[in-house]
Design a protein around this ligand. Structure first.
Ligand code: OFO
Length: 171
């Protein structure tokens, strides 16, 4: 059974994961109307789907452990970006914020002596390591590319093989 403190903290994370999905969905929609970056566009759509999965996993976990998952409303995310680099920089900053929030949840689980939740959260810890590394990697590439269109062409081609999924979610 979840404590009230743990339940509230997990529900706050439901909001963050759902909001992340909205943030990346907005990036996807913006990218879709930019010429020639179809694979970058798919990357953002996939990322948005992944974040929704993260949210759903939390919802199921809260409800299965005797709590009640509260479905939140979301803020309208940033809709347009000055460049693709800006969008990916925003993505990295967002993931860093999510990692901090997951670490804080782990901290609460330990304080509450809730080892089941602590164990459940390890998947998110591993996921954040992967997502941050991936976002940093893309940002590094974009820095190298600068304003070169040919570099962007190659990034769009290579991003096809990039997985935003991370480890397989526990059932
Ligand atoms: Fe990338 O945020 Fe979910 O966990």
């Amino acid at each position: 059974m979840l404590s009230k403190t743990m339940q509230d903290a997990l529900n706050a994370q439901v909001l963050i994961e759902g909001q992340s999905s909205q943030v990346y969905l907005a990036m996807a929609s913006w990218a879709e109307i930019q010429p020639g970056i179809d694979n970058i566009t798919s990357f953002f759509y996939r990322h948005s789907d992944e974040e929704r999965e993260h949210m759903l996993k939390l919802i199921h976990f809260i409800n299965e452990r005797g709590g009640f998952a509260v479905i939140p409303s979301f803020e309208q995310p940033q809709l347009t970006f000055p460049s693709i680099s800006h969008a990916f920089k925003t993505l990295l900053e967002h993931e860093i914020m999510v990692s901090e929030s997951i670490n804080n949840l782990v901290d609460i689980a330990l304080k509450e002596k809730d080892y089941a939740t602590h164990n459940f959260l390890q998947w998110y810890v591993a996921e954040q390591i992967e997502e941050e590394a991936l976002a940093r990697n893309i940002n590094d590439k974009l820095e190298l590319i600068g304003n070169e269109k040919s570099g962007l062409y190659l990034l769009d081609r290579d991003i096809l093989n990039v997985s935003v999924g991370g480890p397989t979610p526990p059932q």
